[in-house]
Ligand binder design. Structure first.
Ligand code: SF4
Length: 353
């Protein structure tokens, strides 16, 4: 039974080769779910400092369910994809209502923001129940292992892999198997035809390796072209404090705090668009260029021209709870997106803050 033998060899190798990551030291479904959500489209190195801090602030379902939006978003500030934080909180509230976290994939999938991969990962890692967590990494390992050259994002490929793997999971080893597969995909069976097959415990039964097809499997994905966006943003100071406004548009950045800014209109320079926008807010002032920052968000490639200006006296938005004049030393604790963090960092570098 080569598959069973290879899986056992992978499980044997796992404790010797695995990275010591904090979410691997626990079986607490809450802590595991937090790690899985943070790791979605985000590198391990980036998640590490956020994970422990987040669990320190919100150690369990109840603490997260009761968190203020601003504290929640501040704890997530810089990780991106803020909807994940909101969904995590909605999940915590749902778990409290249910009286406990579901222990099966179907129940987990009914929670907000939990897709098939996360449900399978939590089900197997936290509850040690057989489930196959398929993301880009584990799909790459398994399609290579079985020599499947179809597009792995197609549901029939996923079903086929699940049908092959689930019966072969050694009894009581579902949690270890998920972790070992994830680790193999992240450290050994790397993309772009660069797998380290010599170090791979699955090598004896691997079809792609035997047939010299590791470069062809999985087939390259068609990349969507990034949309280029030109923006302008203002760092406005009054009495040494910088102006931030709450983003009230439904979407990725909702409720995060940003410097006033606009997408440049096609018929105007970024500066003109920004001046018009500030005038509409009653914030007309002379603007001086500070430089530019670049930022990518989903399929948008953004270049933002940054300006500084001073405001004196009262302005119409004073007293509005969606605007705040923030002392520069407090900015680190505010829930701002990475794009705004870059704008503020640029202003600090240019001694504008
Ligand atoms: S033998 Fe090579 S291609 Fe096959 S699973 Fe291991 S690292 Fe990937």
């Amino acid at each position: 039974m080569p598959l069973e033998d290879d899986l056992l060899r992978m499980l044997e190798a796992y404790p010797r080769t695995a990275r010591a990551l904090p979410w691997r030291q626990t079986r607490d479904p809450y802590a595991i779910l937090v790690s899985e959500i943070m790791l979605q489209q985000t590198r391990v190195e980036k998640v590490l400092p956020y994970y422990e801090r987040f669990l320190g602030l919100f150690p369990d379902w109840a603490a997260l369910a009761g968190a203020e939006t601003d504290s929640l978003l501040a704890a997530w500030s810089g990780l991106g994809y803020y909807r994940r934080a909101r969904n995590l909180q909605a999940t915590a509230r749902a778990v409290l209502e249910l009286g406990g976290v579901p222990r099966d994939e179907d129940g987990l999938r009914r929670l907000p923001g939990i897709g098939p991969y996360t449900a399978a990962a939590v089900c197997s890692i936290a509850f040690n129940r057989p489930a196959l967590a398929l993301d880009g990494n584990t799909l790459r390992v398994l399609t290579r292992y079985f020599g499947l050259s179809d597009d792995p994002s197609r549901p029939p490929v996923r079903r086929d892999l699940t049908r092959r793997i689930l019966p072969a999971i050694p009894p009581g080893r579902a949690a270890d198997l998920t972790q070992a597969l994830i680790e193999l995909g992240a450290t050994v069976c790397l993309p772009q035809g660069a797998p380290d097959c010599g170090a791979c415990p699955l090598a004896p039964g691997c079809r792609a390796r035997a047939e010299g097809r590791t470069r062809q499997i999985p087939p390259p994905r068609k990349r969507r072209r990034a949309e280029r966006i030109l923006q302008a943003s203002a760092v406005l100071l009054r009495g040494g404090r910088v102006l931030l406004g709450r983003n009230q548009r439904a979407g990725l950045l909702e409720d995060l705090w940003e410097c006033p800014g606009v997408d440049a209109r096609p018929t105007q320079t970024p500066l003109q668009s920004l001046q018009d926008h500030l005038e509409s807010l009653g914030l007309a002032t002379r603007l001086l260029p500070l430089g530019e920052v670049r930022h990518a968000i989903t399929f948008r490639s953004i270049r933002c021209e940054v300006f500084q200006g001073g405001i004196e006296g009262d302005v119409p938005l004073d007293g509005n709870p969606d605007w705040a004049w923030v002392p520069p030393e407090d900015l680190g604790a505010w829930p701002v997106p990475s794009s705004t963090r870059k704008v503020l960092d640029l202003a600090a570098q240019r001694s504008a803050l």
